[in-house]
Design a protein around this ligand. Structure first.
Ligand code: ZN
Ligand code: ZN
Length: 299
């Protein structure tokens, strides 16, 4: 999510009566989601630093609670035989390394000490996803992929950006990496071939999809739809929830306490709805409410 002061102004919101169905929770043979991601109120009384959920073997979802930052981002930790992969490092002043170390050490204790290496990368470069980078930079056994586009392209070995699709092998666990600029220039989507989960970051989640570069964003979403046409998709997990559990209704920007949130997971059908809506706009992307998310172009 990209917060701009201008968005705090009251702005008339275009309301499109789309002929779409609300998102339904995704159940995968490989994984399961908790009944709710509600991680406590605006105060930190008895609230853990993160809500940690093992979605499937070696696939952890970490949700930062509202009390430490209203963005409440989701982080993902995927574990292969030789390397673990952390996607994003949280928002604000949060001790993310402690919880990642805890999960990894528990895993290693039952897997002969493996994996010994950790790669820390990002969904994109916005501040609410990179705040804990310093906790990993320079650590033994840790590779931090810096947030800028050049670093991303070099680390993942993109030779044709953004059309090329590349992979990273964590050791018997391959992740596809897809460039999806538009929300932010260095935006990436990741697909875990083991769990069949797609991770599109802030480019697609149940909430306000802030679009900075509309032409790039439209192409990126179409690229994702094309990818999902040839890959099994168990769930699409973004990095925020801003939508309530009522279709078309989101929480006001900056809301901390969200007791009746939409599910985190979206489906390929939802993605196709977004792609169709964008293509219908023919280059003039306008603010549009859909059942499970909003399209929100930025000036
Ligand atoms: Zn964000
Ligand atoms: Zn963002």
């Amino acid at each position: 999510m990209r917060i701009l002061k201008i968005l705090t102004l009251a702005v008339a919101i275009g309301c499109t009566r789309a002929t779409t169905v609300p998102s339904t929770p995704t159940r995968s043979a490989n994984g399961h989601m908790p009944a709710t991601w509600y991680a406590g109120s605006a105060t930190c009384d008895n609230t853990p630093a993160f809500h940690v959920h093992e979605y499937s073997s070696g696939f952890y979802i970490l949700r930062q609670p509202a009390c430490t930052n209203f963005e409440k981002p989701f982080l993902f930790l995927i574990i292969g035989r030789s390397r673990a992969f952390l996607l994003d490092t949280g928002a604000g002043n949060i001790n993310v390394a402690a919880v990642v170390d805890s999960v990894l050490n528990a895993w290693r204790s039952t897997h002969n000490g493996a994996p010994t290496a950790l790669v820390v990368a990002h969904s994109h470069g916005h501040g609410d996803h990179v705040a804990g980078d310093d906790q990993f930079r320079g650590r033994t056994g840790v590779t931090l992929v810096e947030r800028d586009t050049l670093s991303v392209r070099q680390y993942f070995a993109f030779t044709s950006w953004p059309e090329q699709r590349v992979t990273i092998d964590l050791g018997e666990r391959v992740i596809d990496v897809i460039a999806i600029p538009g929300h932010q220039p260095a935006s990436l989507a990741y697909y875990d071939r083991t769990s069949h989960v797609l991770l599109p970051g802030d480019s697609f989640y149940p909430g306000r999809l802030y679009v900075r570069d509309t032409a790039a964003f439209v192409r990126s979403i179409t690229r994702l739809v094309t990818f999902t046409a040839s890959h099994s998709i168990a769930a699409i997990l973004g990095t925020h929830i801003e939508q309530t559990n009522h279709p078309f209704v989101d929480y006001p920007e900056g809301t901390k306490d969200q007791p009746a949130e939409h599910t985190l997971e979206l489906t390929r059908t939802d993605l196709v709805v977004l792609d169709s809506a964008l293509n219908t706009m023919r280059g003039r992307v306008v603010r549009t409410r859909l059942p499970a998310f909003s399209i929100w172009p930025l000036p």
